[in-house]
Design a binder for this molecule. Structure first.
Ligand SMILES: Nc1ncnc2c1ncn2[C@@H]1O[C@H](COP(=O)(O)OP(=O)(O)OP(=O)(O)O)[C@@H](O)[C@H]1O
Length: 201
């Protein structure tokens, strides 16, 4: 199969982390790319598993040395995708899943042309606010996040797919089906097609 990178984006609190975590429990062909951040770990988050928790100095050095596939400064913290983390998953023949903010998808698509992007849409602004407040440990800068979320939702048309995160099960199912359909794209089935062509001769 022609490998593709799967990008899952949403405004903060939209549910991208939760949905991807659930998906990966049942899909062994996909693997989350561990991204890097300078923000502090939330309760229960582990270094190297949830994120690479880097110092500002380390992050800035990675940017300078061209080691980031994409990076941004979001709400006072750096977030980004180390090229090495992404390439490690590709080399294993698995689908790298990138859980990144909305702006991030543009740069990734520039570097990885066949990347597939999915936008997770909150069912309503009220529900988004509720989920941000109810998150374990709460969430800082709620008003800034909601304001940014409105700008990000305006970018939705640049994505290949949209999933409304109403019921979690439904959203995870939809993501699973997107992956399934993408694997069956004609362009990714060239080896199977070519095998048959050879036998006819
Ligand atoms: N369908 C859903 N129904 C109810 N709660 C949900 C649903 N999806 C996610 N949540 C909850 O909403 C909160 C935000 O979800 P999550 O942390 O996955 O968002 P995120 O997009 O990864 O946010 P951030 O970018 O800030 O890390 C979590 O507490 C999560 O459990």
């Amino acid at each position: 199969m022609d490998a593709f990178v799967l990008i899952v984006s949403s405004p903060s609190g939209g549910g991208k982390t939760t949905i991807v975590n659930e998906l990966l429990k049942k899909d062994r062909t996909a693997k989350r790319v561990v991204t890097a951040t300078t923000r502090s770990p939330r309760k229960g988050e582990k270094d190297g598993k949830d994120y690479h928790f880097w110092s500002v100095k380390k992050f800035q050095s990675a940017i300078k040395n061209n080691k980031m596939a994409e990076w941004a400064n979001v709400f006072t913290d750096y977030y980004g995708v180390p090229k090495e983390s992404l390439d490690t998953v590709l080399k294993k023949g698995l689908i790298p899943v990138l859980v990144i903010d909305v702006q991030g998808q543009k740069s990734i698509k520039k570097h990885y042309k066949n990347a597939v992007s999915v936008f997770i849409l909150p069912p309503s602004w009220n529900e988004l606010k509720k989920r941000l407040l109810a998150r374990p440990g709460g969430t800082n800068n709620i008003d800034v996040r909601l304001k940014t979320a409105k700008k990000e939702v305006a970018q939705v048309k640049k994505f290949d797919y949209v999933i409304v995160n109403d019921k979690l099960d439904g959203a995870v199912n939809a993501l699973s089906k997107i992956i399934f359909a993408e694997k069956h794209k004609t362009q990714r089935k060239k080896p199977a097609i070519n095998r048959l062509k050879q036998k006819r001769r």
